[in-house]
Each structure stands twice: as C-alpha cells, then as structure tokens.
Design a binder for this molecule. Structure first.
Ligand SMILES: O=P(O)(O)OC[C@@H](O)[C@H]1O[C@@H](OP(=O)(O)O)[C@@H](O)[C@@H](O)[C@@H]1O
Ligand SMILES: [Mg+2]
Ligand SMILES: [Zn+2]
Length: 179
C-alpha cells in the first residue's frame, strides 16, 4: 500500500511567518489549529514531512542550533497531541548560492520522496508562497495553497494550473481525513 505522504512548507503554513524572518524559538509561534491538524493527520495514518527554505541561516540571522530547536519544539507540540512529524528538510542557503534545494527548485521534495521511497506524483505539497507551488509543479506533485502566511498575497499571482486552495492547514486535514 502506497504511503500516505503529505509535504508541508513551514513558515506561513505551520507557524506565523514574518518579513523579518523567524529568528528564534520564541518567534516560532504555531498558527491556530496547525499543530492539531498535523497530529490528526498523523494519527489518521498520514506521514507529514516538511520542506522549508531557511535563508536566514545564510544571512546570519540565526544558527543551525536555533533552527533545530524550533523543529524540536514543533515535534514536542505534535507529540503532546499524540501525533508525530516526519522528515524535516531545510535549505540553509542564500538566493545567490545556486543550490539545488532552495524552492522553487524541487530538491527538497525529491529528498523527501527518496527518504520514503515513494513517487512524488500527485503528492500534495502545501505552501503559502509561489515558489512552493512551482516546486510542486516541477516534480508533478499537487500544488496546494493555504491563505495563511503569505498565501493571500500569493493567491493574487498567476498560480500553477491545478493549484488547490484552502483557508489553512486545518481545512486541509479535514479534507484529507474525511474524504
Ligand atoms: O516558507 P518557508 O520556506 O518555510 O520559509 C520562508 C522563510 O525562510 C523566509 O523566506 C524569506 O524569503 P527569502 O529566502 O529571503 O527569499 C522571506 O519570505 C521571509 O519572510 C521568510 O520568513
Ligand atoms: Mg512559507
Ligand atoms: Zn539550498
């Protein structure tokens, strides 16, 4: 049976985003319902992985230990609700480094798919930025836009054909668990 894999962007989907970047655990604040949504999906048999750009590392705004502390906090909160978070992949590079992992490149999605040994075709990738949706499209995954974070602004742009739109991660969980 094929793994029920869901891939999430982090900032603006799981937690509040900021134009000043999320630079500390204290600044990392879950969006309403997002922790519960991840826990419910996990308990319903979904594997929830994360693919996140973290150019703040390259920019020197925070270090890897701080980033890992944010992800430990995320895992702790989901575990408290009886769920678990799968693989978290991040791109620590800056826009000008020409890496293969920074969205809109699909490198992180490929890493996740290889980790779980599943195809990316039609796997839902949920994001709030156009680069998230383009990364999904690049590997024939399903681009899914949420209106949280930068999502409302992104909604006004030209989206990849077939992009699904939901209010937030809780609405996505309801859709996937009950349909
Ligand atoms: O949404 P994800 O991928 O989880 O993370 C986005 C963050 O890495 C930051 O990405 C930056 O874009 P630049 O990396 O400076 O282009 C800005 O958009 C920040 O507001 C944002 O916090
Ligand atoms: Mg985002
Ligand atoms: Zn990278």
């Amino acid at each position: 049976m094929l793994l029920k894999l869901l891939i999430l962007d982090r900032d603006g989907v799981i937690n509040y985003d900021s134009d000043a970047y999320i630079k500390s655990v204290e600044e990392w604040i879950p969006l309403p319902g997002s922790i519960e949504a991840i826990a419910q999906l996990s308990k319903a048999g979904w594997t929830v992985a994360i693919a996140t750009n973290q150019s703040g590392i390259a920019r020197g705004y925070y270090d890897l230990a701080t980033l890992e502390a944010m992800h430990a906090r995320l895992r702790e909160l989901v575990a408290e609700q009886g769920g678990e978070v799968g693989l978290i992949v991040y791109c620590p590079h800056g826009p000008d480094e020409g890496c293969d992992c920074r969205k809109p490149k699909p490198g992180m999605l490929k890493t996740i798919a290889e980790h779980y040994a599943v195809p990316l075709t039609r796997v839902w990738f949920v994001g709030d930025s156009l680069g998230d949706l383009e990364a999904a499209k690049a590997v024939d995954s399903q681009p899914v836009l949420v209106k949280t974070g930068k999502g409302e602004k992104t909604q006004g742009k030209t989206l990849p054909v077939g992009t699904l739109i939901f209010d937030d991660l809780a609405a996505i969980a309801a859709e996937l668990i009950h349909n």
